[in-house]
Write a protein that binds this ligand. Sequence first.
Ligand code: HEC
Length: 109
Amino acid sequence: MQTVGYLKQYIIDVINHGSKQLAFKSDEVMEGGIALEEDAPKIACYVLELSGKKCKTPYSKDAAMYYSSNCAGCHGNDGKGLHGAYPDLTLPTLLGIKKKETFLRRILK
Ligand code: HEC
């Protein structure tokens, strides 16, 4: 079971450091560092909101605007990843978290 805090931290890490582990669509990767590190938590809260989850501190209007101009081009305004073209950010378990869990389960066997 993942808590909202865990999920938020995962999204912040992807925003700051990128993601290149999912081999999504012919190895396209997500670059980290497009947002200022101080803005990443607010953007993460907005992403959580897209799947109906709530951060303790609500996202600001800026974060919503930031998302639509910098993230929605790939992940869609609704976060669902433009019909499979990019990762769906509203899945119950995000792909990167699922991958980490599978890996841990395998080495713990
Ligand atoms: C140029 C297209 C593009 C843009 C713009 C983009 N992403 Fe991504 N994003 C991707 C791709 C491709 C991946 C998967 C990369 C991989 O690991 O293979 C990804 C992965 C992610 C993941 C991990 C998904 C998972 O299922 O584990 C998160 C979270 C994420 N992006 C959030 C964001 C946020 C927030 C923004 C805006 C700051 C953003 N992305 C902007 C293309 C993009």
